[in-house]
Ligand binder design. Structure first.
Ligand SMILES: [Zn+2]
Length: 362
């Protein structure tokens, strides 16, 4: 089957994170005749069944493992091509075409083209878009051991050898409600929150000073994405909530930023608490560069780094070396009109075939 036909099929199977990914797993399974398939199902917080799949050609340590998530982000209802994919002007449009069913289609097309002698593995995960839930589950269970691992994400067919981490927190600022005609009887949580936001801007500057030149931007970024406070125009605000995220560069503890914020909060003399909701580790560069070098020479593109989170940070414990790689551009993913160039799909299949052959001879 052509890679585009596989991808048209895959995009036609809706698999937005809250839905069960079972139909995608079932579809992939039909392409893996002769592989030993193990399923690792679990129920998500809403009770929906999610399935992780680990397929291998031979027992023992896999020479090369391909990892791909099966869920997608939601799509606008008005975007009718989201699950009715089309090819137009050399691009295949549809939800997940780029992130990341395109890579899955390439893997399925590539393994059908080669008779691999050495042990290969394919790992399909659930719930990547909602916090790498499936990958964390598989990492905890240590479901496989692989020498080299390629995790699919749209990287424009450039091997990626390191990535930033991700952390999310909420700062709750408490004041005292009062009638707005008598502000002195209360304390405005919004005024205090403004001080906190100004402080966060200073923390962001501090983070900027610690450079890691492998990244663009070359430091841990911080963003105040949401602020919500007060109940009415004539009430002194009693509470204000600030949502803040940061993306730590490798080599820096993910909770270092939290420590900086806490210290700074202590100095502000406002009633505020920091509630860290999530700290995902950075994707640290592997000790070896064999796989990255192989992919550099196959693709003719230099290895790079990314500022978005991937499953690599969670799965690196299962392998000696991991890279992130795939067709398409992350900047067109996660929005209406998502697409992947057909040329990139065909190139990716060629590269993966070559990589499998190299793993076989190596
Ligand atoms: Zn993705």
């Amino acid at each position: 089957m052509e890679v585009t036909d596989i991808l048209l099929d895959l995009v036609s199977i809706p698999s937005v994170s809250p839905m069960s990914n079972a139909p995608v797993i079932e579809y992939a399974r039909r392409h893996l005749a002769g592989w030993k398939v193990k399923l690792y199902p679990y129920r998500d917080a809403a009770g929906v069944e999610k399935i992780n799949l680990v397929a291998t050609t031979k027992p023992g340590v896999a020479e090369l493992a391909f990892v791909c998530h099966t869920d997608t982000v939601p799509h606008d209802r008005a975007w009718t091509e989201a699950v009715r994919p089309v090819i137009r002007g050399g691009k295949l449009y549809g939800r997940g075409s780029c992130d990341v069913k395109g890579f899955l289609a390439c893997v399925l097309a590539a393994v059908a083209k080669v008779e691999a002698e050495k042990p290969l593995a394919i790992v399909l995960t659930a719930d990547e878009e909602v916090g790498c839930v499936g990958a964390k589950f598989l990492a905890r269970k240590k479901v496989l051991r692989a020498k080299h691992m390629v995790i699919g994400e749209p990287t424009g067919l450039r091997p990626v050898s390191a990535g930033k981490g991700y952390a999310l927190a909420e700062i709750i600022v408490r004041g005292k409600e009062a009638h707005s005609a008598f502000p002195a009887r209360g304390r405005s949580a919004i005024y205090d929150a403004a001080r906190v936001v100004t402080m966060l801007e200073r923390v962001a500057k501090k983070l900027e000073a610690r450079k890691n030149r492998a990244f663009d931007p070359p430091f841990t970024t911080l963003n105040v994405g949401l602020i919500h406070g007060g109940t009415a125009k004539n009430i002194v605000a009693g509470e204000c909530r600030i949502t803040v995220e940061w993306r730590p560069v490798p080599g820096q503890r993910g909770d270092w930023t939290a420590e900086l914020i806490r210290e700074a909060l202590d100095g502000l003399r406002v009633d505020a608490t920091l509630d860290v909701k999530r700290v995902d580790p950075a994707f640290e560069p592997s000790a070896t560069r064999n796989l990255a070098t192989m992919m550099e020479s196959i693709s003719g593109r230099r290895a790079t780094t990314v500022s978005f989170g991937t499953e690599a940070a969670h799965l690196s414990g299962l392998t000696s070396e991991v890279i992130v790689f795939g067709p398409g551009d992350m900047t067109v993913a996660h929005k209406s009109g998502e697409f992947v160039p057909v040329k990139a799909l065909n190139e990716c299949v060629e590269y993966l075939v070559e990589l499998i052959q190299l793993a076989d001879s190596g």
